[in-house]
Ligand binder design. Sequence first.
Ligand code: ZN
Length: 223
Amino acid sequence: MILDHRKALVVFSGGQDSTTCLFWAKKHFDEVRALCFRYGQKHEVEVDIARGIAERTGVPFEEKDVHFISQLSSGCSLTDTSIQMDEERRGNLPPNTFVPGRNLFFLSIAAVYAREHGIMNIVTGVSQTDFSGYPDCRDSFIRSLNVALNLAMEEQFVIHTPLMWIDKAETWKLADELGVFDIVRNETLTCYNGIKGDGCGLCPACKLRRHGLEEYLKQRRNY
Ligand code: ZN
């Protein structure tokens, strides 16, 4: 399979991070596609939000049903409504918002999809900086998976992680530089309670997002 270095596939959820990555990819590549996963997340409205953003941006959008991922393990508060969400990691353990294998499955499926469409570049919004205990957001994991995927399919995929070493405030700055600050602020869904834009303000995802936003707005005022 000949992979085109001008084409990119974005693993897209409609949240702040992957939406910023979608616009980053549009700036750096000639042809961009978005792939979204329905894995049993509590708020499947995020898939509709993702589709809406992709459509308005003129990016071909596809969703894949991967519910089996959350059926493989129990105890995840993102997919099981009866479990109270952890605010942070529990000792050395990841918080219960961790879905074991999620990024491993997402990126593996994305690579097979990319191969089918002749796409060389795969873009994901994972970040090690705000590392909240998710082992599959670390740079070492992404690098080793990139090697493994290339070996698995005898290909030359390149996984891009534009947010790997920047924090939430810098992610807002990147969105602003890409000219999409308002779209990211108003149209994306990061909140674990399923509220678009600034969200519920109380869940761990909202707190992290708001903290970064306030930090960035403060920096912006000082210039
Ligand atoms: Zn929230």
